[in-house]
Design a protein around this ligand. Sequence first.
Ligand SMILES: Nc1ncnc2c1ncn2[C@@H]1O[C@H](COP(=O)(O)OP(=O)(O)O)[C@@H](O)[C@H]1O
Ligand SMILES: [Mg+2]
Length: 240
Amino acid sequence: MRCSRCARTGAGSSAGGSAVSAGAPLVSVEGLAKHYGDVHVFRGVSLQVERGEFVAIVGESGVGKSTLLNCLAGLDDWDEGRITLAGQDLSTLDDTRRALLRRSQVGFVFQAFHVLPHLDVAQNVGLPLLLLGRPHAQRVEAMLEAVGLAGLGPRLPQQLSGGQLQRVAIARALVHSPPLLLADEPTGNLDPSTAEQVLDVLIERTRSERASLVLVTHSQAAAVRADRVLRLTAEGIRPA
Ligand SMILES: Nc1ncnc2c1ncn2[C@@H]1O[C@H](COP(=O)(O)OP(=O)(O)O)[C@@H](O)[C@H]1O
Ligand SMILES: [Mg+2]
């Protein structure tokens, strides 16, 4: 959803121009505020995510965790503040440029898997590579093996369990080696034992790909494995 009140500062600047210095954070959020009409969601949200860092975000239901992740991915707009992703100020990018930046820089894992039902497992995992114009069957096969799904490429999603579907989603989110993985309660639909195994895969794969991970979770077990845990409230985000 787009919000007409969002400032589009620096609309004339280039989407591809700015160089990213090696030490710059991958994600920088300054003073973010978001509301839906009269409903205030959060304000004063500032955080930085370094390259390779694993940040867990916790908070009450409805406080805006999914909204924040969607903003980080440029999938949603905000009302105040600034988000910089890989050196690009998202507010300077139109929807097409945001989509192109997201395609190369971000992998997303959702609670509800969002695996495409009419594509087989290998086609689902290979989709980001296809969209980037660089299909790579061996890379897809290697990712399937890495998440414990070796040999299941020809299966349709309906032939998989929930835990297997989330492994497909993890493989798909990382197959094109994005520097940022966003995961929104990725184990929320799984039983505790499957959740633990899927979480292991998610963290281990993200670490081995050297990607940053921003994980929204209610799981204490997940949060303790993060480099930092932040709590989102209506008035900002703080160390938990
Ligand atoms: N498209 C929308 N229109 C209006 N209100 C919304 C919309 N999406 C989310 N909200 C509201 O914004 C708040 C934050 O939602 P959400 O980001 O889903 O919270 P969380 O992920 O922390 O549970 C909630 O009060 C929710 O009802
Ligand atoms: Mg949510």
